[in-house]
Design a protein around this ligand. Sequence first.
Ligand code: CP
Ligand code: NVA
Length: 304
Amino acid sequence: MAARHFLTLNDMSTGELEQLLDHASKLRNEWRQGKVRDSLKNRVLAMIFEKSSTRTRVSFEAGMTQLGGSALFLSPRDTQLGRGEPIEDSAIVISSMVDAVMIRTFAHETVERFAAASRVPVINALTDDFHPCQLLADMQTYREHRGSIRGATVAWIGDGNNMCHSYINAATRFDFHLNVACPEGYEPSEALMKEHGDRVTIVRDPAQAARGANLLVTDVWASMGQEDEQKAREKAFRDYQINPDLMAVADKDALFMHCLPAHRGEEISADMMEHPGSVVWDEAENRLHAQKALLEFLILNRLD
Ligand code: CP
Ligand code: NVA
């Protein structure tokens, strides 16, 4: 049987995603109670990072260890991947020795090519185009704080980037409406908008996007790989900040999320992390639990 991959949220059905999130919450509760679980005993996850990471690396590595398995950190700097060995050759070799592979790359196509040649499940741990693992944690966090997100309004404030793209996919998968407030020239992908246009509204004014929303989300103005654009982006995004004033136009029970790392004084005001609606620390921790559920699903084909 061909391996099941997780390259975007579209690789799982709504039913599977909802079961996975329930399982993730269960894993979190068991872990907090100190219960030992060794469902992935002797299993190995290879982790390939072309870009930096704190949360993704720690959550996957700790998650594998907590489930009785182990994880290998592979950087292109110290492997043949950085010296031009073809992706497909690397995929065949690495996937002949481990049980799953997690990759963070620039081009989304790299993950697709790796997956096409891999005999074990491949997980997208962020590309220039998508960040589906973060959405698992975000959706788990919303569910734990507010129940089902079905029918809710989510406001994305800022760049039409990889996180925004995964929110667009999530809008269809989890059945909510997404208002995107972004400056001209920084819209999400046209192809995605065509596919999910009925779920997404693009506006210029952050307050218009945030009005009555149940969840406000943002991300850095310049993503990894866009460091040269920092100055130009600071200008373009100056009015695209989540702060208490913007939270005040949202629903009174609105939550605030950010995948982190955050730049205080840019996409959020300095006080947003501690705002009463902020769930950013739960969101970060849930990367661990959601991905443990994902690893069990992909490696063991189990969702409970
Ligand atoms: N949110 C997220 O993916 O963080 P890292 O870049 O630290 O992994
Ligand atoms: N959009 C950001 C997300 C970081 C987790 C980036 O790609 O750098």
